[in-house]
Design a protein around this ligand. Structure first.
Ligand SMILES: [Zn+2]
Length: 499
């Protein structure tokens, strides 16, 4: 009898699922399935962070072919690049999303185009999409600062930080955001940024991959209904992101900044959710973080459409740890250094720094020492325990080379084993400042090494190091990258060319 009841029950469940389809789906089920299908929504024409305004235009043209999207031009940047408003939906609750007001913070722009693809695609979620778009209307401004994005910098073409221009409104881009906010008066706003990859979740080694904030609207950091709504929504988004990255969410500083947009838009009556994309191990192009933005924004849309956020509390928001800045790119722990015949035990931290090439989308790394001494309170994306190991300066290979071809023929590993980290190039003219060969190249001169003296660890400098264990070379540090001598693979992402 029990079995028959169970069978009937199962048939009933399957039948109702068939009838109601995705409307039966819980938020958790929806997001889980969405995550599995993410690759089918991921905009394939954006593969890396340093895309430009011109890269987005064909994608926006494509959206015009669909009657789902309305595309208006809000105005132009200082250098004349169009700033569009892409809207979809007919619902009563308005949501305004703006990304890349800082030109070199592009992660959410990528996610925005993934969201457009989600809504354009004909798939199992059709009923749910219709449901969303009958309840909310999305107004999206991807890349508010296209001039900054063009040269991969934070500020606009006049070097004004748009996020300090919310009151004075001297930048056309800031005027555009202010006008559209005032004309729509949306219930919710998503203010989309990237933060330093060196932020941690409180005092832990965990990178703050996503940080949220419901910005304060006054110095007292009061909580009114508008800000409270944003806080509850953030509590919900955090819970969802934890399913993908447990504990990898923090809160951005909530100090009131009277000139910033987030703070003012909160004051003007729109519940503002700030999303800051931080760092994630082995994700330099931020493609996993892009997916987390997609998940957070889709959860937000789901929640606002269904007023789900009301089930969350300000206490849950308050429980999210604040950002701390305790990460470094690399930490060498307990390294021994000899100075004046005395041994010193130190930790050395490097920070990796990208240098754009001719303002183009490509970059190379020019890294440097960021901190020296007792670094026990800091964490590294990569850490090496150098206990019992001694650091010495990398040497310059004595033979001078005529051209790069000759250098490329060298057995780099045997060079490392003898403690060489640089070679001299005599004749050939090259214009690049970096090389993927795995050793630094000195053009004409070895002055750099004579100048360096015996200073191995020096703030802001970028010395080559040879780290020995029991007399044998164990690690090579070139441009802040580590080569384990036993690793066949070249892990020096790029060395430098010095003139
Ligand atoms: Zn920013």
């Amino acid at each position: 009898m029990k079995k028959i009841i169970l069978l009937i029950f199962n048939i009933f469940i399957s039948f109702s699922y068939f009838l109601y389809g995705q409307n039966m789906m819980s938020k958790e089920q929806f997001i889980e399935q969405l995550s599995k299908k993410y690759d089918s929504y991921k905009e394939a024409n954006i593969k890396h962070r340093r895309f430009k305004h011109s890269d987005l235009q064909p994608l926006i043209e494509n959206l015009k072919k669909s009657n789902l999207f309305k595309i208006n031009t809000l105005g132009k940047s200082i250098e004349g690049r169009t700033i569009p408003l892409i809207s979809l939906g007919t619902g009563q609750t308005k949501i305004l999303l703006w990304s890349q007001m800082h030109g070199d913070e592009s992660t959410a722009t990528m996610a925005m185009f993934d969201i457009f693809n989600f809504f354009s695609k004909n798939d199992d979620f059709n009923a749910l999409k219709q449901d969303f778009l009958s309840k909310v209307t999305l107004y999206c401004i991807p890349m508010l600062n296209p001039d900054g994005a063009e040269v991969w910098k934070r500020r606009n073409a006049y070097d004004i930080d748009l996020n300090r221009d919310a009151l004075r409104l001297q930048s056309p881009e800031a005027v555009i955001l202010k006008n559209i906010r005032d004309s729509l008066n949306p219930e919710f706003g998503f203010n989309l940024h990237d933060q330093s990859i060196f932020y941690t979740v409180g005092n832990t080694p965990i990178p703050a991959t996503i940080s949220f904030l419901a910005p304060a609207y006054n110095y007292a950091k009061d909580i009114n209904e508008i800000r409270g709504r944003a806080m509850k929504l953030i509590a919900e988004l955090t819970e969802m992101i934890y399913k993908f990255m447990p504990n990898q969410v923090a809160k951005y500083s909530d100090d009131f900044e009277p000139r910033a947009f987030g703070d003012n838009i909160q004051k003007w009556g729109t519940s503002v959710v700030l999303i800051e994309s931080g760092g994630y191990a082995n994700d330099a192009e931020k493609q996993y973080i892009r997916k987390m933005n997609f998940i957070a924004l889709m959860t937000g849309i789901y929640s606002i459409a269904n007023q789900n956020w009301q089930q969350y509390t300000i206490e849950q928001y308050n429980a999210i740890p604040f950002n701390e800045r305790l990460l470094k790119s690399l930490i060498l722990r307990s390294l021994s250094m000899k100075k004046n015949n005395k041994d010193y035990k130190i930790d050395v931290a490097y920070i990796y720094n990208e240098v754009g090439i001719n303002g183009d989308r490509d970059f190379y790394y020019k890294n440097s020492i960021d901190e020296i001494g007792d670094l026990s309170i800091f964490y590294g994306y990569k850490e090496i325990d150098c206990t019992g190991m001694i650091a010495e300066e990398g040497k310059v290979y004595p033979k001078k080379f005529k051209d790069l071809k000759e250098i490329k023929k060298l057995n780099i590993k045997s060079l490392y084993q003898e403690g060489y980290t640089s070679v001299i190039l005599e004749k050939e003219k090259i214009t690049e400042d970096f090389t993927d060969i795995g050793v630094n190249i000195l053009i004409k001169t070895d002055k750099r090494y004579k100048k360096a003296g015996t200073t191995l660890a020096e703030m802001g400098k970028n010395p080559d190091m040879v780290i020995r264990q029991n007399g044998k070379v164990r690690y090579i540090i070139i441009n802040g990258f580590v080569q384990d001598i036993d690793n066949e693979q070249n892990t020096i992402i790029n060395a430098l060319i010095y003139r």
